[in-house]
Ligand binder design. Structure first.
Ligand code: ZN
Length: 101
């Protein structure tokens, strides 16, 4: 998984196609990412105890990694992550403008 938390991503397919958001959580084993405010679903929560109200809560569901593309914070373009060695340290860079990301 090349993406990291707080990366800005663009959704490339599905119902949120064309929208951008920040990665909130990464699920490495499922190859999914949770993007802040995207892929929202409403869930009805029934009251289990007396006095509790039934309500509808909005939850964000994770998106498959293959459906999102990284947006470079420097050149603002949809890009891919490349790696470059900087002082013997592997650094993530934008494949388009070579900015460290
Ligand atoms: Zn860039």
């Amino acid at each position: 998984m090349k993406l990291r938390k707080n990366d800005l991503v663009l959704v490339t397919s599905g119902k949120e196609k064309g929208k951008t958001g920040k990665i909130e959580k990464i699920f490495t084993s499922d190859a999914k990412v949770l993007v802040e405010g995207l892929n929202l679903y409403k869930r009805h929560v029934k009251a289990r105890t007396q006095g509790q109200k039934s309500e509808i809560v909005t939850i964000s569901k994770p998106l498959p990694v293959g459906n999102v593309a990284l947006v470079c914070p420097k050149c603002k373009k949809q890009t891919r992550i490349a790696f470059m060695l900087v002082k013997d340290v592997k650094q993530r860079v934008c494949s388009k403008c070579k900015a460290e990301i």
